[in-house]
Design a protein around this ligand. Structure first.
Ligand code: G6P
Length: 470
């Protein structure tokens, strides 16, 4: 197999295999922000992408999709349960998101995480050309940088962490805390979403491994010498071009009008768009909205909340339970307040293509991003990008990475239900001139700091690291 100069390693391939009722196989874009952010980068380089096809026991040869060379990794059903659903999504995910749900610590899950990380690392080491670059992504693969370095000392290694990194008091719970730090330190550059995440990581390294650190620089002892690792913030963004194109399309604009019509033309459409995940604060949002209706501050004839909650990690207990709680809350509020013509909440447990999402963004007067903790939150940036007329208001949780950049949003602490209610009302009642002033500045930020700016700055840092090594 030909090698590639640039190899991305991520848990998921950018496409998932879907088998239709007739047995026909198709490929669909994978969920989540990671794929959306990286796909445009891959079109600019001669690269390969190492990842999992999204199903257990799928044995596939390398192939090409949308012009990207894909190298599939096979996971057994047991590995999906222990490495993906277990260690990645029931240990690391809740621990790194401020233990909103209790993390589970199981030694078999850790063993499986090590085994699977090694498989990814071996595939990357085989795929990368001499003196090439490997870019590892996210919390599922924290051991891969060190494993690739051991196999291929000639390559430059980057790692980007798409989710938060927790403060030491929480991180210290992890039974394998030192191994994970060492795994990450195999990289030359470790990128985080926020300066806060990077500083928590550097502090953990200093406290646990006792390495010298200075601001964003870590000195890792190797034999009698030291190797320099950079750990700093590179806030991720969106590819703005497809959003700017879609909002100009007459059929997308017509669809936005049709959505408003089908909701009974309320004065205000509020929108929430999330994977169905306990980090997203969906229940807090629904509770606040229900109380506003109860208190008569909002009327069901005037306002509709559209909540898209796309299915996610459906075999993990915490997600099963959350879905039940959300559906109970939605059912209660709708049951208590709906009329024959108007629904308080239009709840959609579905994933939609980008065209439909853009039509929804265009239809929405108020966007609610009220995550309890979120690495970045690209939905907030997508909404802003689509508001070419500078109308609309964004309610944004201060616990998202996006809050560092989107300063003109209506900021909220989603744990404080009264604050959440007031923030929602501020957004609903915001005068046009104020919307316009805020949205103009939000848009400037998103359009200037798009995904190309993100990947260029990360890759520049990697190039500097490479130059320093030689
Ligand atoms: C977040 C993570 C990604 C992940 C995505 C979807 O965006 O940062 O690494 O791929 O969620 O989750 P899933 O478990 O379906 O891959």
């Amino acid at each position: 197999m030909a090698t590639a100069d640039f190899v991305v390693v991520a848990n998921r391939l950018p496409v998932d295999r879907v088998v239709g009722p007739d047995g026909a196989e198709t490929w669909r874009t994978s969920p989540g922000g990671l794929v959306a952010a990286l796909e445009p980068v891959m079109h600019q380089v001669d690269g390969a992408w190492v990842g999992w096809g999204g199903q257990a026991d799928l044995a596939l040869e390398p192939f090409e999709a949308n012009g990207i060379r894909l190298i599939p990794i096979r996971l057994s059903a047991r590995e999906v349960a222990e490495y993906y659903e277990g260690f990645a999504n029931d240990t690391i995910w809740p621990l790194y998101h401020d233990v909103i749900a209790p993390p589970q610590y199981h030694r078999e899950w850790w063993d499986s995480y090590v085994t699977v990380n090694r498989r990814f690392a071996e595939a990357a080491a085989e795929a990368v050309a001499q003196n090439g670059t490997v870019w590892v992504h996210d919390y599922q693969l924290q051991l891969v940088p060190q494993m690739v370095r051991a196999l291929r000392p000639d390559v430059t290694i980057g790692y980007f962490h798409h989710i938060p990194f927790p403060m030491h008091g929480l991180y210290a719970q992890l039974p394998w805390r030192d191994q994970v730090l060492r795994g990450l330190l195999g990289a030359d550059v470790i990128g985080f979403q926020r300066a806060q995440d990077a500083s928590y990581f550097v502090a953990a390294v200093r406290r646990r491994l006792k390495y010298d650190t200075k601001a964003t620089t870590i000195s890792v002892p190797v034999d009698e010498q030291t190797r320099t690792v950079i750990a700093k913030a590179f806030p991720i963004s969106i590819d703005t071009a497809p959003y700017l194109e879609l909002i100009e399309k007459p059929e997308v604009q017509a669809r936005a009008a049709e959505i408003r019509e089908s909701l009974g033309n309320p004065k205000t459409i509020l929108l929430g768009v999330d994977r169905l995940d306990y980090t997203k604060g969906i229940l807090h949002r629904i509770k606040a909205y229900g109380e506003l209706l109860d208190a008569g501050r909002l009327k069901v004839e005037d306002a509709t909340l559209v909540q898209v909650a796309s299915p996610s990690r459906e075999r993990v207990d915490a997600y099963v339970q959350l879905r039940d709680e959300i559906e109970l809350a939605v059912g209660r509020i709708n049951g208590d307040t709906d009329t024959m013509d108007h629904s308080a909440i239009r709840y959609l447990h579905q994933a939609f293509p980008r065209e439909e999402m853009v039509a929804l963004y265009l239809a929405a007067d108020v966007m609610l991003v009220t995550a309890l903790r979120d690495g970045m939150n690209l939905v907030a940036k997508e909404y802003v990008a689509t508001r070419a007329d500078n109308r609309g208001a964004l309610v944004l949780s201060e616990f998202t990475g996006a809050a560092d950049e989107l300063r003109q949003a209506v900021r909220v602490n989603p744990h404080d239900i009264e604050d959440l209610k007031d923030a929602i009302m501020t957004a609903v009642e915001m005068p046009r001139a104020e919307q316009s002033k805020r949205m103009r500045s939000l848009r400037r930020r998103v359009l200037e700091h798009d995904v190309n700016a993100w990947s260029s700055s990360f890759l520049e840092a990697l190039a500097t690291a490479r130059a320093a090594r030689t």
